[in-house]
Design a protein around this ligand. Sequence first.
Ligand SMILES: Cc1cc2nc3c(=O)[nH]c(=O)nc-3n(C[C@H](O)[C@H](O)[C@H](O)COP(=O)(O)O)c2cc1C
Length: 330
Amino acid sequence: MTDLTTRWLDLELRSPLVVGASPLTDDLDALKACVAAGAGAVVMHSLFEEQLVEEQMAAHRFIDSRINMDAEARSFFPESEVFEMGSGSYCRRLELLRNALDVPVIASLNGISPGGWTQYARELEEAGAAAIELNLYDLAPDPSDTADTLEQRQLAVVRSVVQQVSIPVSVKLSPFYSALPAFVAGIEAGGARGLVLFNRFYQPGMDLDELELSREVVLSSSAELPLRLHAVAMLYGQTGLEMAVSGGVHAGDDAVKAVLSGASVVQVVSAVLADGAGALARINREMTQRLSGMGYQSLAEARGALSMENAPNARAWERLNYARLLHGWK
Ligand SMILES: Cc1cc2nc3c(=O)[nH]c(=O)nc-3n(C[C@H](O)[C@H](O)[C@H](O)COP(=O)(O)O)c2cc1C
C-alpha cells in the first residue's frame, strides 16, 4: 500500500488530507471524527485583522477611559459588533484543540495591511500552533491601488508575520495575480515556507424579488479544482515553497491530481461540511486505492509527476495547447 506520509511546513503528516480553515474549529467532536477518518492536520478558522485591530482599539479605549477623556470624544470609537472571538478565546480554543487532537493544529491569520495586529502571530505560537496560515484575502477595491502597491503591501504583511514567529508560515492566496510566479518569489524571499492555492471568493447573492444582496456561502465542487492544478503544476520546481491545494477536492482522484501536479497536501472543507468526516474517510480510501493501482510506493514518488517540469506531454499545460484546443473544437 502507498505510504501516504508527507511533509508540510516542517511537519511530518501521516496523510496529505488536511481539514482546511472552516467553522469546524468550533466542533471538537467533528474534528476528532475527521482525525479518526484520516486527516493529517487541522487548520483553524481565521482570526481577522479587523478583529485584532478592534481588540487593540478596545484596549486603548479602556486606558483612555481611565484618563481624562470626555464621553463625547470616546463616542468617536465604534463599538465592536463584528466578531465575537478575540485573540484570547482563539488561543484558548487552539490550546484545547492541540490537547484533544493528535495531529498538528495550524492557526490562521487573515489580513492585508502591515501593522501592529501581526504581532498576534506570536501569541498563536505561544498557544501551541504548529504553523500559521496567513490568508491575504484582498478584494482590491481602490482604483488608486496598482498591482505593485497592493503586492508590496501584502509582502510587507508576510515579512511582518514571519518575523514574529519561529514556527513556519504558509500564505493563502487568491487566484487573481497578474504575475503569480513573481509574487510567489516575493513570498519565498519574505521567509514563508508554504503556499495555499487558492482562496475562494465569497460573493453575495442577489435577491431579485427584494432587490437586495443576500449573504450566502455556496460550497465548492470538483469543477473548481483545475484552476488550482494549473497553478501548482506551473509553480512546481520553480519555487522552494511547499504547496497545498485548497478548493474543489471532493474525491480521491481530485487529491491524486493535486499531488501529481506538485502539491504536498490538499485541504478539504466543502466535502466535510456537506458529508461530515465520512467524506474524508472516502477520499482517503479512494486516494490510496488509486495511488497503489498506479504502482506508487509513496506520495513523494507521485508528487509533481504531471507538473510542467515533469509531465511527458507538459506542453498540454501551455498557451500553445490552448490555441490548438480552441481551433480544434468541434
Ligand atoms: C463556511 C466556510 C468558512 C470558511 N472560513 C474560512 C476562514 O475562516 N479562513 C480561511 O482562510 N478560509 C475559510 N474558508 C475557506 C476554506 O478554507 C477553503 O479555502 C475553501 O472552502 C475551498 O475549499 P473547499 O473547496 O474544500 O471548500 C471557509 C469556507 C467555508 C465554506
